[in-house]
Design a protein around this ligand. Sequence first.
Ligand SMILES: [Fe+2]
Length: 507
Amino acid sequence: MNISRRKFVLSAALLLPISRLTATDLKSNVNYFLQGVASGDPLQDCVIIWTRVTPTDPLKTHVKWEISTDPGFSKLIKEGQVDISAHHDYTVKVDVKGLKPGCKYHYRFLYQGTISEVGETQTLPEDLKEGDFTMAVLSCNNWEDGYFNSFRFLAQKTAVDLVLHLGDYIYEYETGAYGNPASGRINVPKHEIVTLQDYRARYAQYRTDPDLQLLHAKKPFYLIWDDHELANDAYKDGAKNHQPNEGKWSERKKAAIQAYLEWMPIRADKGSEVRRKFDIGEDISLYLMDERSSDRTQQMENDQPGFNGADRVIIGESQYNWLAKELKSSQSIWKLIGNQVMFSGYAVAEGFRLPKYNDWWLGYPAERARILDMLDREKIQNTVFLTGDHHESFVLAVHKEAQFMKYTKSHKQKPLAWELLTPSITSRNGDRRSKAEINDFEKMLQDKNINPHLVFADIKSHGYFIATINKKRFRTDYYFVDNILTNQAKEYKAATFTIDATTFGIS
Ligand SMILES: [Fe+2]
């Protein structure tokens, strides 16, 4: 009888006690885990673990998974087996239940004589007690714009409990359409992604990035999509970057959402479940919003008839009702809204180009006003918008203003909310303007006569911020890298802001 070498190696390895099972024992000639491992959506007692298998024999469908509290897996806390299939693009998602709150775990997968790398993850604490919860907030990693150096630096920060990714995890464009040729990074596939196979292939490419793989292996993620996981400026029934010759939007959207759910370590079986919330005792509530696929109406210019209509929405009736009910009933000290597009906005002086805001909340004034009215009327305390999409770093006070796009209230007055914008990991921002232009623009933005609500603006840097949250304060540290065009870079802390839980002032 012929026993293949792989089978033999696995059989021999399985005879060893588990404490002696190592990657070397199980080594086969094939790396079946090309896209690494990931974890996400931790609650107090469960977490999703993820991998993808690249099978050479489609009949070998069993993948084993193991969880331990130590990296050597001397004692297994949980283990199990799942099937893979082409139906889910050979991705593996397991919701591991029965875990303890506030605990660190190690996990790994075994398939056909190969053991995956070991991932690290952790469950949410029951409450903050006297400690901090530390969450990195990031968005917008475009392959063709450069190297994901920030992910590598972040992966090394042991104090960070979790990564919140606010979207634009992939970009849908054909090669050369959006990015920086100087990076030398080329999209796979080279054409714009439209079909299920295309979206899967783009995720598979992004997950070969060593810095992204490393970060996934080291930290659990919460994720929510923005437009580019579907197509640029996506809304419910279309997208700016969807043309009639690319087929039906409904088919493309379905394909994009299916690939997202396969590839992201999140607890959602269908698109409507990506809107979700997480609680840490009565200290933190985090609401993740779907601002693209569920109800958003088409973008419109502000001089078009109907621009101010109540029927023009980003989140729509059902999501608004959910958010309003949650905010009103929440006892949490901090109410965090994981938000894609900028809520507050800013103005520019004459002679400066106003960014195209019709895709932001400012482009949907009636629904924006409805949310502001609700925060004001219900006296919702300590609301913080955590925002991606804009590619630039801003700290802004959110006030109700009498006139559209006219900011009159100072950030020194107690705001209805704060908004913290995370810069892009790589995606284009003001970085390719001249130094003089950047300086002029940033200086103008900080003019108190134009933007009295603005605390901080940086339009040219790439990185992320870390929110360090406890019962008394919400600290934000911005970290930027000095280079994205090679994989050599230095990281530095650029700015720190602290919101006080009692006064809701910032310093
Ligand atoms: Fe983006």
